[in-house]
Design a protein around this ligand. Structure first.
Ligand code: APR
Length: 321
């Protein structure tokens, strides 16, 4: 049988946390790839030397050669530059598309059977490019954004209502950018609509709506809020944790329904674009996209977000990627 092999492409901030989380949960043997010489070897040596204290015995190694990712069951990609204060994710397009093209070639040639989760931004465009260059079946290529956006939204709801975040279910759909669509109508605390709880708290429908809108806006800008505080680099703990939820669902065949950047083939009225939607993740990757009824306002917001993704993909085509 042997253990699962997980290759991480990009050994920066997110890559490093991913190695540690995978080791702590013993999800499989990890190979960390980066173009920076010695750095992935150093990071993994550091983490491996904690194995005795942490009590894991998966292997954790670093490399600068794609050959070492051979046979990987799963690949998580974080290669690419993060944002600087004042930048939008879309500003990263040209630089990160160049990087993603080389990564897609490296993964295609060395781990042709892997399921791939991409985290690099601008997310929806990077997933599109990876799939195009690799030619991998679309169920094996997906992006992580919605799990994080939804976790951020859930966190703000939990703080506002004074309840455990463990009981909050809130989903964010659409592209991973300023046009993302937090589904306020479906957000609930163990089944109780968040909007109803806000109305009871404030005894005023207008005020409740305003508070919900403020949480929606904070969710949309949450990545930028962290970038502004960090000053160097962008969020890395929460993106790594979010990807791990997807990794676990795939490797353990959990079939969790998670917001995933997946290729749409007519669902939600969209054809041929990668966008964040609810999807069932299991040992076959994206096993199916789950549709839900949207009212006119929600559908319009999703269409607007899809249009932003389309524009980015067109820009990328025009740049020759
Ligand atoms: N191949 C492999 N790795 C590369 C390449 C390449 N061609 N080019 C750059 N890298 C590596 C860098 O050397 C760096 O170690 O990618 C790593 C990126 O790490 P960080 O700069 O620390 O960025 P991080 O915070 O991990 O974010 C990575 O995820 O959320 C997105 O917007 C974020 O696009 C960014 C990505």
């Amino acid at each position: 049988m042997g253990r699962k092999k997980i290759a991480l492409i990009g050994g920066g901030q997110i890559g490093g946390v991913l190695v540690q989380l995978i080791a702590l949960r013993q999800l499989g043997d990890v190979v960390l790839f980066d173009i920076v010489e010695d750095m992935p070897q150093g990071k993994t040596l550091d983490i491996a030397e904690a194995a005795r204290v942490d009590g894991f015995d998966v292997s954790v190694t670093g490399t600068n050669s794609y050959k070492d990712i051979a046979g990987a069951d799963l690949v998580v990609i974080t290669a690419g530059l993060p944002r600087k204060p004042g930048m939008s994710r879309d500003d990263l397009l040209t630089t990160n598309a160049k990087i993603m093209k080389s990564v897609a070639e490296g993964v295609r040639d060395n781990a042709p059977n892997a399921i791939v989760i991409i985290i690099s931004n601008p997310l929806d465009a990077m997933v599109t490019l990876f799939q195009k260059v690799s030619g991998f079946p679309t169920n094996r290529v997906m992006g992580q954004a919605g799990v994080l956006d939804s976790s951020r939204f859930s966190t703000f709801i939990a703080w506002e209502l004074g309840v455990s975040v463990k009981d909050v279910n809130a989903m964010v759909l659409g592209g991973h950018g300023d046009t993302m669509v937090p589904l306020t109508r479906y957000a609930n605390v163990n089944g109780i609509p968040v909007l109803e709880m806000l109305e009871r708290k404030y005894k005023d429908k207008t005020k409740a709506g305003e508070v919900m809108n403020a949480m929606v806006e904070r969710t949309k800008m949450a990545g930028g809020e962290v970038v502004k505080l960090l000053k160097t680099g962008s969020a890395f703990y929460s993106p790594a944790s979010s990807a791990i939820a997807m990794v676990e669902s795939i490797l353990l065949d959990e079939k969790r329904l998670l917001p995933t950047c997946a290729l749409l083939k007519g669902e939600f009225g969209v054809n041929g674009y990668y966008v964040g939607v609810p999807a069932v993740l299991g040992s076959n990757g994206v096993e199916r996209v789950v549709e839900l009824s949207l009212n006119d306002e929600e559908q319009a917001a999703l269409d607007n977000s899809v249009n932003a993704v389309k524009k980015l993909v067109e820009d990328m085509d025009r740049l020759g990627f």
